[in-house]
Design a protein. Structure first.
Length: 227
């Protein structure tokens, strides 16, 4: 691509971005489109593209040192001058105090403030929602803790009641066992007493005729009658 064609391509791009910038200022609801188009144009007219245009501007008045003829012929000069006019129109449109520049910067400020307010509102809402969520979680945790404490208290009471029941059964069982042991001891005492009595009686009874007479006498004494 020749240098002139490349310069024409730059101007075409600048005009396209200028048209987009004008539309964005009139209708944009977000700052990005305005900033992007304005930045593209400003970087061009304050940078390499402007240097290229100034070279072409200078060449319009140059003459060939050998032939002393203008650097550009009439047709080429007309094309270069038309390109420079188009470029200058774009450059003037974004100068510091140009209406479009002021509108664009005002729109950027307005949309930025609006976007900032939206973001701040969103942050505030999210913070409020987060605080509400945490408060709900804390309340739920307290509720669960209370329920757990009540459940533990009920379980402790049931365990206490069960312990009392077991202890009561143990006491009753001990008393019953002690009663049986006393009863067995009494029966054993009575058995031993009877055995001792039997032995005593047996020991007091004489064998033979004399023993028989003593037994009859004892029987008579115990019945109060004669045999």
């Amino acid at each position: 691509m020749s240098e002139f064609r490349q310069a024409i391509a730059y101007v075409d791009a600048l005009e396209a971005h200028l048209a987009l910038l004008q539309d964005s200022v009139a209708s944009a609801t977000v700052v990005g489109a305005i900033e992007d188009n304005l930045s593209f144009i400003l970087e061009a007219v304050n940078g390499d593209v402007d240097m290229i245009m100034e070279k072409f501007r200078a060449r319009c008045s140059m003459v060939d040192p050998v032939t002393n003829q203008p650097r550009f012929g009439p047709k080429m000069l007309a094309k270069v001058q038309d390109m420079l006019r188009r470029y200058d129109d774009v450059k003037v449109a974004v100068e510091d105090e140009a209406p479009l520049r002021l509108q664009a910067e005002g729109k950027i400020k307005e949309l930025s403030e609006h976007q900032l307010a939206i973001e701040q509102g969103k942050i505030a809402r999210e913070k409020k929602e987060e605080e509400a969520r945490k408060a709900t979680e804390r309340a739920r945790a307290e509720e669960l803790k209370l329920l757990e404490q009540k459940q533990k208290a009920r379980e402790a009471e049931l365990q206490h009641q069960e312990q009392l029941r077991v202890e009561a059964l143990a006491v009753a069982a001990n008393k019953k066992r002690e009663g049986r042991e006393k009863e067995r001891a009494e029966l054993e005492r009575q058995r031993l007493a009877a055995e001792e009595e039997r032995k005593r009686v047996n020991a007091s009874i004489s064998h033979g005729k004399e023993g028989l007479e003593k037994a009859i006498a004892m029987l008579r004494d115990s019945t109060g009658s004669e045999v």
